[in-house]
Design a protein around this ligand. Structure first.
Ligand code: P53
Length: 488
């Protein structure tokens, strides 16, 4: 057998894209509750109120004007408010995950469900919701994998403190972590601090009003300190905790063997590896310090920050892998693929999904090898999958062979990485194992699930769950510990 006996097969989701119940049970609003839906061509928008009380909108990655605060408009449709309603369907959904044979399930905790304003005030009803979820998972023998923070920040912290640009946010986050670690110390063993820490930006995800490079890296520093402190605290509360970091890994190939293209790819990859270097090795790499110096970026640090980062290194690397990309020194000489969220250089050797994401299974083996060679700690593929439009046939079935094909090739690539390269891989949680809202576009029609949910882009649907063809296929894969990828 290639994969270890206790390999963590499962699936992954995030609260803001799945849970719904956005103000139920005492939950406070998060920034993501004020972001509209969108599509390939239509960007998602923030609805906000200016200092003088005017209601305005801007792109979800744009900077908000000074003094502006998030605003939820009663006439506007926001996909996070109901999403696919895990809040009311968790028992049914977990039963389906168990039927597929899941060994683990990755979910995130909505910060504003536990601390409605993000401050040190706890909502007991929120805590008991996750108690119920964890109990349900454990009763089916499914290990919870918890992302402490997946793209959301309580709106109050964003608007009152300017989110992660403020040092104070670190303390509020640590209080949130301490609350989770003590409450769930006998139910949850695997944690991750921040989802895709290398993609965190703007008011939407980190609550900052100013999007300058200076602010972005100051916020990143606060995230690093917060993560370092959380890792140390978690290990004190339960030495058996495994606490990881999480990065979006999109490895880039040079467009050609021209040294300039190679340098371009190195620079692109290094930006993602920067976040791993800090959280795994425990210090800022020299190239980043040189870049700061060159560009006049000054990170405000407190005495002790370096030690916190050095001692709070993570136990494993969780990463998302969907695609690879290409770097070219001459940007006029290339073709672009992808929608407004992810424009990328076309790789002539690869095909793309309908959303322009290059399908590259060997890229996953390459990624695993690179991370193994560079960091020597366990790796966990916590997101991978194929966003596609699914068609419900007249008889109610969904024949998602394209998804099976994608998974087959990516699991085979992981197998090679384990068998041929000796990579220490601990688990695999395909993204959106049940259909959820797309983070990039806010659509429902970009689906990833083994389980279909009847819900559309405008919020219409019965929320009924049904199994796709890939459900049975993945069940077989898990039952054979990844040995049987072909037979149904
Ligand atoms: P959607 C872009 C590129 C790679 C991963 O993305 C990304 C993104 C952001 O959209 O994010 C992760 O839903 C993220 C998930 C997200 C998933 O990839 O845009 O951790 O929240 O849903 C897939 O197709």
């Amino acid at each position: 057998m290639t994969f270890p006996k206790d390999f963590l097969w499962g699936g992954a989701t995030a609260a803001n894209q799945y849970e719904g119940g956005y103000l139920s049970g005492g939950k406070g609003p998060s920034t993501l509750d004020a972001i509209t839906g969108g599509s390939h061509t239509k960007p998602r928008m923030i609805t906000y109120k200016t200092k003088d009380g005017k209601i305005e909108t801007c792109g979800r990655g744009d900077a908000l004007p000074e003094g502006a605060v998030g605003y939820i408009d009663p006439e506007t449709y926001y996909p996070s408010h109901v999403a696919t309603d895990f809040y009311h369907h968790y028992k049914e959904d977990i039963a389906l995950f168990a039927e597929m044979g899941f060994k683990c399930f990755r979910l995130s905790i909505a910060w504003s469900r536990i601390c409605p304003k993000g401050t040190k005030e706890v909502n007991e009803e929120g805590l008991s919701f996750y108690d119920n979820v964890f109990d349900e998972l454990l009763s089916h023998g499914i290990e919870p994998i918890v992302t402490i923070n997946h793209f959301d920040i309580p709106m109050y912290l964003a608007d009152e403190l300017d989110g992660w640009s403020s040092r104070e946010t670190i303390d509020h986050f640590l209080f949130f972590c301490e609350t989770l670690f003590t409450r769930y110390k006998n139910k949850v063993k695997y944690w991750m601090t921040f989802n895709e820490i290398n993609f965190l930006r703007s008011w939407t995800q980190i609550g900052i009003h100013d999007n300058s490079k200076q602010s972005k890296y100051q916020a990143a520093h606060h995230l690093f300190v917060a993560s370092g402190k959380a890792v140390t605290l978690g290990h004190q509360i339960n030495p058996d905790f495994k606490i990881g970091m999480m990065v979006a890994y999109i490895p880039s190939y040079p467009m050609s063997c021209k040294p300039e293209d190679v340098m371009e790819a190195l620079t692109f990859n290094r930006e993602q590896e920067f976040y791993m270097d800090v959280q795994v090795k425990g210090y800022y790499p020299k190239h980043k310090l040189k870049e700061f110096e060159r560009e006049g970026i000054t990170i405000k640090k407190e005495a002790g920050d370096d030690a916190i980062i050095a001692s709070g290194t993570v136990d494993y690397i969780g990463f998302s892998y969907y695609m690879s990309t290409v770097s070219a020194s001459d940007p006029t000489d290339v073709k672009y693929v992808g929608g407004n969220q992810m424009p990328a250089v076309k790789n002539p050797y690869l095909e793309e999904s309908e959303w322009g994401w290059a399908v590259d299974p060997l890229g996953l083996r390459i990624a695993l090898c690179k991370l193994e060679d560079r960091y020597h700690i366990p790796l966990f593929v916590v997101e991978n999958g194929f966003g596609a439009v699914d068609k419900v046939e007249a008889d109610g079935t969904i024949q998602d062979d394209y998804r099976i094909d994608y998974f087959k090739k990516h699991i085979a690539a992981m197998k090679d990485a384990v068998e041929l390269d000796g990579v220490d891989l601990i688990g695999y949680t395909p993204w959106g194992c049940i259909d959820i809202v797309s983070a990039g576009t806010g659509e429902m029609k970009k689906r990833y699930g083994f389980i279909y949910v009847d819900m559309d882009d405008e919020g219409n649907g019965t929320l009924k769950r049904s199994k796709k063809k890939s459900f049975d296929w993945y069940q077989k894969v898990i039952a054979t510990n990844g040995e049987n990828l072909t037979e149904m």
